[in-house]
Design a protein around this ligand. Structure first.
Ligand SMILES: [Zn+2]
Ligand SMILES: [Zn+2]
Length: 97
C-alpha cells in the first residue's frame, strides 16, 4: 500500500478521527488545537502494512500544525504548512470525513 492509499483508507480515517477526539483535539506538545494525528514511528514501505505500527493509537501523537512542522522539518518556517501536510500525508482535521 502506498502512503497516499493508506491515508485515504477508511481504517486510517476512522482511527485518526477517534484518536484526535480522544485527545480533545489538543496538541500534546503545546496545548494548541491539534489537527494532525502524527505517527511517532514515521511510516515507510516496510511498516505501512503493519497495523501494530500504522493503525496503533499508542503510536500516534496529536499535534498542531506548528509542532508537526517542527517534528518533520525543524526548519523554522522555511517550509509552508501546506507542503508539510503534502509531504507527510497526515490527515488534517478538516480533511477527515
Ligand atoms: Zn503544538
Ligand atoms: Zn507526522
Amino acid at each position: 500500500m502506498t502512503r497516499v492509499a493508506f491515508y485515504n483508507s477508511t481504517a486510517w480515517r476512522r482511527l485518526s478521527r477517534a484518536f484526535l477526539m480522544s485527545k480533545y483535539y489538543i496538541c500534546e506538545r503545546c496545548g494548541k488545537p491539534a489537527e494532525i494525528a502524527h505517527h511517532k514511528t514515521h511510516l515507510n514501505p516496510a511498516n505501512i502494512n503493519n497495523p501494530g505500527i500504522a493503525l496503533n493509537p499508542a503510536k500516534l501523537e496529536a499535534l498542531c500544525l506548528d509542532c508537526h512542522n517542527t517534528e518533520h522539518f525543524n526548519a523554522g518556517g522555511a517550509i509552508s504548512k501546506g507542503l508539510a501536510f503534502t509531504v507527510e500525508g497526515d490527515i488534517r482535521k478538516e480533511g477527515i470525513q
